[in-house]
Design a binder for this molecule. Structure first.
Ligand code: BMA
Length: 872
């Protein structure tokens, strides 16, 4: 059933509404400032990509090239093109207004046309346009964009400032550049704890001429609004540029499928202005079909055929008193339904935006991983249009952060510079020509971790100076960005920071004493040294928006950028790619708490096994925490709980390196992503121990109520025949959207009855409806760290690949119980239906869905199977 409605907008009596547009994208020339390099360069694009495409540099991601190629961003570069107005576009010159439009310049530049300076730019996220009437010629127009080194520019800005904007430089381990907060540019491009330093320069979005005689529409957006009287309307907003005041312009808005139409006679005044009109939806004759997040109702692909799409949905961020308990709730209600957000955090998919090809695949993987939400992190970019369109279509709820990371920007300078006519050009998504209402975006957020950095004094700001920094924080994020965003778009909530105590932070003057308070708002939580399976260390927060552990990507991903010599855990390459202090050691230390570490005397095998064990560890750690948050959704313990979100850090990678991601650069799923498919399943049994009692909770995201039984089996590690079977006598009532304790027993006696000890046995369990139909995945619980497990056999595992329609099936056989069975087909792109599983039956068939054509032979030859017992 369609719920996205097409909005038609007609402006009558406007002979040249849209005027003419001439794209200047394509092949330009690029010149280094000392004249030593002159090459062809694609626009949109960037200097690094151009150098690589022309064969002047290697793949910048290869081995240590991020350091070798630092010179690129220390140079100044000039993009130039020569163009003529051919017969189709000759009339451009004669229009009343002619604009040269840059959709995105990265970042500091001076622009000239035919030798005349048009202006300067210093904001990567802003669209710039310059009036060029009278400068444009019919033949041989020379357009030049001279880019200044972003690194030197940031240094220069810092020198000029009397104000310290911490942190001044990234930690040495990141091999990055300093003072990134002095330039309005993708913050992670100067390096991050998961990413390289490639301070890009270029024309990263399109360039064109736009000409018109009377009026130019800069922006159209349509936001559906739901009134307290239960009526829908659509607010249509136009940003227009009018040459001479126009009277009696007929504006008609219509949504034919909702039988809603409205015509107005209006006046457009000279100059740039913003106009808003409201179209009431004729709900008497039509029921508006709502947009729902994945798993809660329909989504449908919307076409972009020149019309605007309107999706109808409401969103509320509920922060209410909880009767008889301290704190406030914190959850999202979509179309009046409370929804648990399951998902992850999104970072830029590539250092060079012109080389991003993976967005569709990554978002599909998020959905296939049973996610319904993503947080677009504030240290990257405002994602490309396609990203939000896909999220709309796939039902992924998005929390989008304004791009501010790491403590305050140069507040006053920023505000003075960028608060201008259409202030939202930078920090609103609504800065595009044609805008759909993007139901996927459910909340705006002002910044990442700035409140926490101030509150818990990450940067040792002297006490006497603190009030000034707090004042600047409030000025920038509350009095400016928040106000501006809400003025532009009051159809969704705004949070000033993440993590934050939300309404409570506001009460405390916007910087709470403890923004991580589990009784309010959202939380970030990281602990690398403590046992990650010990759920008692996790905050029983209202909403977990960041938590996670690192792992290494697989060998096939690393092979693209490394040589054989690099394939040791203690190689220079291994430490070079690790940008998080002590990260490689932390992974081993955490893994050693649970597993025997790889001990092969063959260095290469030990390396491959180590990559594997880091993935096992990461998958288990994030599983434990995610399950904890899901099972805490219906409970309040000492006022804490009612958790309504679990977004782990992080979904994707920017390059081939160790990180917190569940998907490797290039799209390959790590073990964690296969685990997410299970721990984010709509119906899930969760097992855990509390004070020597073993519990199973049934978690359900479904709208309908369920009656469920648990079915559990105890196994000895040494045998594939279960030693005990347990199941409920009567089904238990599981209300839609809840977590219910369905089984509880003292662990000791339970194990004893089965002839087990903590070390010799484990349990598997699943949920069944009253007809005996399994609901959700089978889960398991270990009663001791696996390094202490007794009787684990070295399994003999074989596999056979068969063609199965478009996909392939892999028939796997084992002669012993095998934990963390990992199927790897190397560089053949695609994903399995399930992976990293615990095998308790002698055979299992999984599917492989390839992302390019492949064959049984190729897959059979590439397939390598690893299980826990193979590494020691
Ligand atoms: C966070 C994030 C990122 C970072 C991650 C891992 O708090 O906001 O900046 O990459 O932790 O350290």
């Amino acid at each position: 059933m369609a719920f996205s409605a097409d909005l038609f907008l007609c402006l009558v009596f406007l002979p040249c509404v849209c005027g003419c547009s001439l794209s200047l994208d394509g092949k330009w020339r690029l010149l280094s400032s000392n004249g030593s390099l002159s090459l062809g360069a694609q626009v949109p694009g960037c200097v690094h990509s151009a150098l690589q495409q022309q064969g002047l540099i290697q793949d910048p991601y290869y081995r240590f090239n991020d350091v070798f190629y630092q010179w690129i961003a220390l140079e100044n570069w000039t993009y130039s093109t020569t163009f003529s107005l051919n017969s189709t576009y000759r009339s451009v010159q004669d229009k009343n207004k002619v604009l040269l439009v840059f959709d995105g310049i990265d970042t500091v530049s001076t622009i000239s046309l035919n030798g005349i300076t048009l202006g300067r730019t210093d904001n990567m996220f802003q669209k710039y346009n310059f009036s060029v009437r009278g400068i444009l010629k019919v033949q041989d127009n020379v357009l030049e964009v001279s880019l200044t080194s972003p690194v030197l520019y940031a240094q220069e800005q810092r020198k000029r400032s009397s104000y310290r904007v911490p942190p001044e430089c990234p930690p040495d381990v990141q091999k990055g550049q300093c003072h990134v907060n002095f330039i309005r540019k993708e913050q992670c491009s100067f390096s991050w704890d998961w990413g390289p330093s490639f301070p890009t320069m270029g024309l990263w979005k399109g360039v064109r001429l736009e000409a018109f005689d009377q009026i130019h529409i800069l922006q159209v957006s349509a936001v559906p609004l739901y009134s307290s009287a239960s009526k829908w309307s659509v607010e249509v907003e136009l940003v227009i540029d009018v040459v001479n005041t126009m009277d009696n312009v007929e504006v008609t808005m219509s949504i034919p499928e909702l039988l809603s139409v409205k015509t107005l006679k209006v006046q457009f005044i000279t100059g740039r202005s913003k106009v808003k009109y409201v179209l009431d939806i004729n709900t008497v004759q039509n029921t508006v079909k709502l947009w729902w997040p994945k798993g809660h109702g329909d989504q449908e692909n919307s076409e972009s055929n020149g019309k605007g799409n309107v999706y109808f949905r409401t969103v509320e961020l509920v922060q209410e008193l909880i009767p008889d308990n301290p704190g406030l709730s914190f959850y999202f209600r979509i179309n009046k339904k409370s929804i648990f957000l399951k998902g992850s955090n999104w970072i830029p998919a590539h250092s060079f935006q012109d080389q991003v090809t993976e967005n569709t695949n990554l978002l599909q993987s998020a959905v296939d991983g049973n996610m319904n939400a993503l947080r677009v992190w504030g240290g990257g970019i405002y994602e490309q249009d396609l990203f939000y369109d896909l999220c709309d279509q796939m039902g992924i709820m998005v929390s989008t952060e304004q791009l501010f990371y790491f403590y305050t920007y140069i507040t006053f300078q920023f505000i003075n510079k960028y608060r201008f006519f259409i202030p939202c050009q930078d920090f609103c998504i609504r800065n595009r020509d044609k805008e759909s209402s993007h139901p996927s975006i459910i909340v705006w957020s002002g910044n990442n971790e700035n409140e926490a950095a101030l509150a818990t004094d990450w940067f040792a700001i002297p006490v006497t100076q603190r009030p000034k920094y707090v004042k600047d924080y409030v000025t920038l994020y509350v009095n400016n960005i928040r106000d501006i965003v809400l003025e532009e778009d009051y159809s969704r909530p705004f949070l000033v920071s993440s993590p934050t105590n939300g309404a409570e932070s506001e009460q405390e003057g916007w910087v709470a004493v403890n923004p991580y308070d589990p009784l309010y708002g959202d939380s970030h939580f990281y602990s690398y040294t403590h046992d990650c399976l010990d759920w008692t260390s996790f905050p029983r927060t209202r909403f977990a928006s960041e938590y996670g552990f690192q792992s290494w990507p697989s060998l096939s991903t690393l092979q693209q950028v490394s040589i054989e010599d690099d394939h040791r855990y203690d190689s220079t390459f291994s430490s070079h790619r690790q940008h998080h202090d002590n990260g490689n050691q932390q992974m081993l230390q955490q893994a050693a708490l649970h597993y025997n570490l790889p001990n092969s005397t063959d260095t290469y095998k030990r390396y491959i096994d180590t990559l594997y064990i880091t993935q096992v560890m990461q998958a288990q750690c994030v599983k434990a925490q995610s399950e904890f948050y899901r099972r805490s959704q219906s409970e309040l313990i000492e006022g804490k709980g009612l958790t309504m979100g679990a977004l782990y850090w992080q979904l994707n990678d920017i390059w081939q390196a160790p990180s917190w991601s569940s998907i490797e650069f290039g799209g390959k799923w790590k073990m964690l992503h296969y685990f997410a498919q299970n721990f984010f399943a709509p119906v899930l049994p969760v097992g855990f121990e509390d004070k020597d009692n073993f519990f199973i909770y049934a978690v359900s995201d479904l709208s309908e109520d369920l009656w469920l039984n648990y079915v559990a089996s105890a196994y000895k590690w040494s045998s594939m025949d279960p030693v005990c079977l347990m199941s409920s006598k009567l089904p238990k009532f599981i209300p839609g959207g809840s977590a219910v304790n369905i089984y509880q027993r003292s662990s000791g006696p339970m194990l004893e009855v089965c002839g087990c000890t903590r070390q010799s046995c484990f349990v598997t369990f699943h949920l069944e409806d009253s007809k005996g139909q399994q609901m959700g995945p089978t889960n398991y619980h270990f009663f001791s760290p696996l390094k202490d497990a007794q009787g684990v056999q070295r399994p003999n595992i074989t596999a056979k690949v068969l063609k199965d329609g478009e996909a392939f099936s892999v028939f796997v056989q084992t002669d012993a119980i095998a934990p963390f069975v990992w199927l790897d087909v190397g560089s053949v792109p695609g994903r399995f239906s399930s992976n990293g599983f615990l095998m308790v039956t002698d055979n299992i068939t999984v599917s492989f869905f390839p992302w390019r054509p492949t064959s049984v032979t190729e897959l059979s030859q590439s397939l390598v199977i690893t299980t826990l017992r193979d590494v020691y």
